[in-house]
Design a protein around this ligand. Sequence first.
Ligand SMILES: CC(=O)N[C@H]1[C@@H](OP(=O)(O)OP(=O)(O)OC[C@H]2O[C@@H](n3ccc(=O)[nH]c3=O)[C@H](O)[C@@H]2O)O[C@H](CO)[C@@H](O)[C@@H]1O[C@H](C)C(=O)N[C@@H](C)C(=O)N[C@H](CCC(=O)O)C(=O)O
Ligand SMILES: Nc1ncnc2c1ncn2[C@@H]1O[C@H](COP(=O)(O)OP(=O)(O)OP(=O)(O)O)[C@@H](O)[C@H]1O
Ligand SMILES: N[C@H](CCC[C@H](N)C(=O)O)C(=O)O
Ligand SMILES: [Mg+2]
Length: 487
Amino acid sequence: MDTMLASELISKLKFKEVENFTDFEVALVTQDTREVVADSIFIAIAGHTVDGHAFVDQALQSGAKLIIAQKPIKVGVPVVYVENTYKAMAILSSAFYNYPSQKLQVIGVTGTNGKTTVTHMIDAIFRDQGQKTGLIGTMYRRIGDEVLKTNNTTPDIITLQRTLAKMATVNVSEVAMEVSSVALIQGRVWGVDFDVAVFTNFSQDHLDYHKTMANYAHAKSLLFAQLGNSYGGKEKVAVFNLDDPMSKKFMQDTPAQVLTYGIDSPAMIRAENIDIHSQGTDFDLVVFKQRYHLHVKTVGLFNVYNLLAAFGAAYVSGIATEDIISALTKFPGVKGRLQLLSHKQVSVIVDYAHTPDGLLNALETINDFAKGKVYCVVGCGGDRDHDKRPKMAQIAVANSDLAVFTSDNPRTEDPQAIIDDMLKGVEAGTAKVIVDRSQAIRWALEQAQPGDVVLIAGKGHEDYQIIGKQKYHFDDVEEVTNYFKQA
Ligand SMILES: CC(=O)N[C@H]1[C@@H](OP(=O)(O)OP(=O)(O)OC[C@H]2O[C@@H](n3ccc(=O)[nH]c3=O)[C@H](O)[C@@H]2O)O[C@H](CO)[C@@H](O)[C@@H]1O[C@H](C)C(=O)N[C@@H](C)C(=O)N[C@H](CCC(=O)O)C(=O)O
Ligand SMILES: Nc1ncnc2c1ncn2[C@@H]1O[C@H](COP(=O)(O)OP(=O)(O)OP(=O)(O)O)[C@@H](O)[C@H]1O
Ligand SMILES: N[C@H](CCC[C@H](N)C(=O)O)C(=O)O
Ligand SMILES: [Mg+2]
């Protein structure tokens, strides 16, 4: 990468106060003292947990030569004061990495459920075309075949710009990324030049953060509002699920052209004659009145919606309908999303459903093909939306023969207290409680007879459990396969 002078970078900040400035070549722009190297610019962020302004001394010790701050600090190096360091971070990181999103086709996917699935489907379509792709989301950041770990579904803006820059350097052409509501509020995608924005659906989650459904909806709308406002340049398109009432609102918030998909509404891209079975789904895809028959490996009505969303994103990116269909037909599914494991005619499904709507969809899908009893092992994450707990519990009890309430990631909460919140949603004695997740899974597997289905919900691909502030190795799939080995 070409080096950049600090003066050149901070010239991008229009309104600022500069103290004791001397120029230097910038090695790194970061908000995290743990990343600072010699000749870094450190941006102090007043976060939700701690205040980065209190870490400035550490940044200096590690070699920071310039501090960007929004509160008065006393240091022996130059300081640039701005109104909002989050905004400064977005502007500086974008400039430092030379506006990488402008060199890439960036497709952002937002919605309560389905983001990881849809981004993987989009990625599979472009890969099938022989393109080098980038993927950013809950499970990882992937640059071509290189897999990088991630802390958040949508990374902080510096990590994001750095990742996009690396993608551009190694000739990635398309990037599919999950854009979470929290990220939209925190400005983690400010300045990202999205070409396509996709909406999956809207239901309850993250009320711990957003407080009200209206705030949560507003957060999601920001992606569509951000979708380019200068016509005549790159064509921008918003892809909406017309069956979700929230689409109508978001359509009004976007200056972009709109493509719609749906099943029940008269959308431009539709699925008809849907036949869901345990090994896959058959349906007719109707693209502006042209009809194609598809047989796909994914199951569940919600996955038909995900396929339509991915189809829409690829279609507006110029891929031929037949090529998109060919790729979607081969799509194997995503780890931990309705992942089927079987042993002696007992079916176990590991699924990442961690919202009321996600859990209901997973259980309805399973009930459509289960021949015997349905067991549901489920917990709710600690330090997250409390309000969804009784709702998920009620859905588990109402849509299974036996629900087992257990721990998800308790984080800093008391695991029993989380389960007590769940129990408020059901009648006494209607659910079995086993706090230890491993024991709960084992117990359900012991009960299951041939023909029965056990859904293990909430953690999907996760290979850890967070108890307190500690991350322990834990993998639902591994728990099941270990049990099967000795059963
Ligand atoms: C509540 C929340 O959103 N927190 C995010 C936020 O952290 P924060 O505001 O608490 O930051 P902080 O820990 O107070 O630190 C403040 C500043 O001090 C700096 N610092 C801190 C310590 C230190 O030693 N040195 C130092 O420089 C930090 O780098 C930071 O710049 O900024 C961090 C960096 O971007 C995120 O990793 C972190 O996500 C935490 C892990 C989190 O749990 N977030 C969840 C709510 C979240 O964002 N989820 C969404 C949606 C998931 C989905 O449904 O798909 C996501 O996109 O992941
Ligand atoms: N279109 C959909 N509508 C409703 N539920 C869905 C849909 N797609 C997936 N789900 C359910 O939600 C779970 C999570 O799916 P996925 O990981 O794709 O969503 P996500 O939006 O990425 O979630 P996160 O918010 O954690 O990033 C799945 O395991 C499934 O149970
Ligand atoms: N991205 C979601 C994932 C929840 C997964 C569930 N296993 C939990 O820990 O609550 C969140 O951070 O809220
Ligand atoms: Mg996700």
